[in-house]
Design a protein around this ligand. Structure first.
Ligand SMILES: C[S@@+](CC[C@H](N)C(=O)[O-])C[C@H]1O[C@@H](n2cnc3c(N)ncnc32)[C@H](O)[C@@H]1O
Length: 282
């Protein structure tokens, strides 16, 4: 049933998916506006095109994860690739200290999210900056620049900490390779990158075609797709392929935390739905 609903949703053109979401949440959004129930710096639910779940809690959860698992500090210069509509940024506003040199930069392929963040986050926290880059991604838009030859708009060695939550899970192999090379360029030596993936290994390959699971039936060996029409809908990568492109880009894997997409339910507090890799530039 879930897989059927997902397929139907992906069958819609990208702009209609935004409209469907706005309409579905319209009553609750109106109610939250009228009653003042929406927490500050939180978009109406119908605008959160980046996924489901508790927007505020997830932001805090990730902030804690970055600190406890990957050593994020208030003085760090952070780059959030695919910053969406501010879920990660919001959680970091309470942590990154401009007085200590801490900054946040985010860029994204969807203008709606970037504009919302600029109006609602940068206006209160000027050391949080958001940039719109019209990059092609068939889950979110019909046109745009090819991410596989995109150069991040930042100088070399300019960030201590790079974040990609649920971004590489919507990108194709040549794009991920390009982004890893850009991440290693813009990150300072010793810098850390936290990125989420769906990783295919001995434990997950068998669920590729299991219709009851979060499945990836279109298998191209080094990667697999959930939907062959909307390629970026969800993308999984073979773990050996990932390890190869990570080391080719002079990054090392410091830690790997399996996600609970593999098991169906969360097994411990440091687990996200997706697999997490913590990478370091040496
Ligand atoms: C599932 S959302 C996650 C958003 C955010 N990272 C979060 O965790 O809330 C994926 C985001 O990646 C963005 N995106 C897709 N392709 C991209 C690309 N090539 N470069 C940067 N962002 C991209 C989308 O516009 C979308 O905002």
């Amino acid at each position: 049933m879930l897989s059927f609903l997902r397929k139907t949703y992906y069958a819609l053109p990208p702009q209609y998916r935004f409209v469907v979401r706005r309409l579905a949440y319209y009553p609750i959004d109106i109610w939250e506006s009228l009653t003042g129930k929406r927490p500050q710096m939180t978009p109406p639910r119908g605008m959160i095109y980046t996924g489901s779940g508790d927007f505020v809690k997830a932001g805090h959860w990730w902030q804690q994860f970055f600190v406890e698992q990957a050593g994020l500090q208030p003085r760090h210069r952070v780059l959030d690739v695919g910053s969406g509509i501010g879920r990660i940024a919001r959680g970091l506003t309470f942590f990154l200290k401009n007085t200590e040199g801490g900054t946040y930069d985010g860029f994204d392929a969807i203008k709606l999210g970037v504009d919302w963040c600029t109006q609602n986050i940068s206006s209160k926290y000027p050391h949080f900056r958001f940039q719109y880059v019209p990059l092609e991604n068939d889950l979110y838009r019909n046109d745009g620049q090819n991410a596989a030859n995109f150069t991040f708009p930042y100088p070399d060695d300019s960030f201590d900490f790079v974040i990609l939550t649920s971004v590489f899970t919507h990108m194709l192999p040549n794009e991920v390779e390009r982004y890893l090379s850009e991440i290693q360029r813009i990150m300072t030596r010793g810098g850390v990158c936290v990125a989420t993936f769906f990783m295919l290994d001995d434990k997950t390959r068998h669920i590729l075609t299991d219709k009851t699971a979060f499945n990836f039936p279109y298998d191209y060996e080094h990667y697999a797709l959930m939907d062959d029409k909307v390629k970026a809908a969800n993308v999984a990568f073979d773990n050996l392929f990932l390890e190869k492109i990570i080391s080719e880009n002079a990054l090392v894997i410091e830690k790997k935390i399996d996600g609970f997409w593999r098991f169906g339910k969360r097994e411990n507090e440091v687990q996200d739905f997706q697999d997490v890799l913590i990478l370091k530039k040496i």
